[in-house]
Design a protein around this ligand. Structure first.
Ligand SMILES: NC(=O)c1ccc[n+]([C@@H]2O[C@H](COP(=O)([O-])OP(=O)(O)OC[C@H]3O[C@@H](n4cnc5c(N)ncnc54)[C@H](OP(=O)(O)O)[C@@H]3O)[C@@H](O)[C@H]2O)c1
Length: 303
């Protein structure tokens, strides 16, 4: 199979690219930079282009069987109006341009796996959220809905579309985990805000396996939650990190400090959602890291 990936140079993309190559697939990565970043496998074909703009890169798209859409400016930052526009444009325009590049008869393209996020559901309480749960109304939830709507337009060209609602992806060498464990390493870790908010997460290795699983199962389409079957409350997450690193986990980070430092993005940390992978489980996907303790042991025990 020939795969075309936007955002393939990022934290998830470099690992997913490797997983595709290991399975014998050919991979083309679209990047705004012509330079090969460290960690990007040598076997990939790198093409330069900005997915937020029309360009020659779009001519490459019809030659591929599977499109994987990962591009997006990082949300892990303080947001102002200009940054929020970048968050939107880097997702909406990218997805729109990718879908526009698919010929009306589909060409060779058969599958589109397009990223979304559990932020789709907004900030909710204790109820478990499967793929059929209602969307939220905050900035990230609205963004996720618009992002998914752009991807789903490819179905009109006969393409199977999966929108992969990622939980927070845990892995080595970047991503959220590195930032989350920093205070614990300094003996200053603990629950954030009330500590009761839910945290939906996935080990990056399971995410890559789930992406391959979904690609290989044509009967799966539409929204799919890419998160482990056991989301945790923030206080339990803090305990699990502390136990794994043999560090204290009782020093709280008050909500007002988080809001002061992180601004609007602070809400994402202080609130959460309890998302479960109903579709993946229904289709028989097996998680290697279903419990947070197992994931953290694997990712942090030798650090
Ligand atoms: N990591 C998580 O915990 C998590 C959770 C939920 C959802 N997601 C979503 O999953 C996707 C992949 O996540 P990731 O952690 O791998 O992200 P990442 O490491 O930040 O990489 C994203 C890639 O998108 C491209 N990109 C960044 N800003 C862009 C912009 N302004 N315009 C066009 N392209 C841009 C970059 O590629 P080039 O620089 O090569 O062009 C970058 O390598 C993202 O869309 C993210 O929102 C991630």
């Amino acid at each position: 199979m020939k795969a075309f990936i936007t955002g393939g140079t990022g934290f998830v993309g470099t690992k997913l690219t490797r997983a595709l190559l290991d399975k014998g697939h050919e991979v083309t990565v679209l990047s705004r930079s012509e330079k090969r970043r460290p960690g990007l496998p040598a076997q990939i074909r790198l093409i330069a282009g900005d997915p937020t703009e029309h360009g020659l890169w779009q001519q490459e798209v019809p030659e591929h069987d599977v499109l994987i859409n990962l591009a997006g400016e990082s949300i892990f930052s303080r947001w102002n109006d200009e940054y929020k526009k970048r968050l939107r444009d880097s997702r909406i325009l990218t997805t729109r341009n990718l879908v526009e590049a698919i010929p009306s008869d589909g060409g060779a393209v058969k599958h589109l796996l397009s990223t979304s996020a559990v932020g789709y559901y907004g900030f909710t309480g204790d109820e478990e959220l499967g793929e059929d749960a209602d969307p939220g109304t905050d900035f990230l939830a609205t963004l996720a809905q618009d992002w998914e709507a752009e991807a789903l337009k490819a179905a009109g060209k006969g393409i199977r579309v999966v929108v992969a609602r990622f939980g927070v992806v845990l892995g080595k060498d970047g991503g959220a985990l590195e930032q989350m464990v920093r205070p614990f390493r300094l003996f200053a870790g603990g629950p954030i805000g009330s500590g009761k908010q839910w945290f939906s997460w996935i080990h990056v290795e399971d995410l890559c396996r789930a992406a391959l699983f979904v690609i290989e199962h044509p009967e799966i389409s539409g929204p799919v939650n890419f998160c482990a079957p056991n989301p945790v409350r923030n206080a339990d997450l803090a305990d699990a990190i502390g136990n794994t690193l043999h560090r204290p986990s009782f020093i709280p980070a008050p909500g007002f400090v988080i809001k002061l430092v992180m601004g609007e993005f602070g809400s994402v940390i202080l609130k959460g959602q309890r998302v479960v992978p109903k579709m993946l489980k229904k289709h028989g996907f097996h998680f290697n890291y279903g419990r947070i303790e197992d994931a953290l042991n694997n990712l942090l025990s030798d650090t």
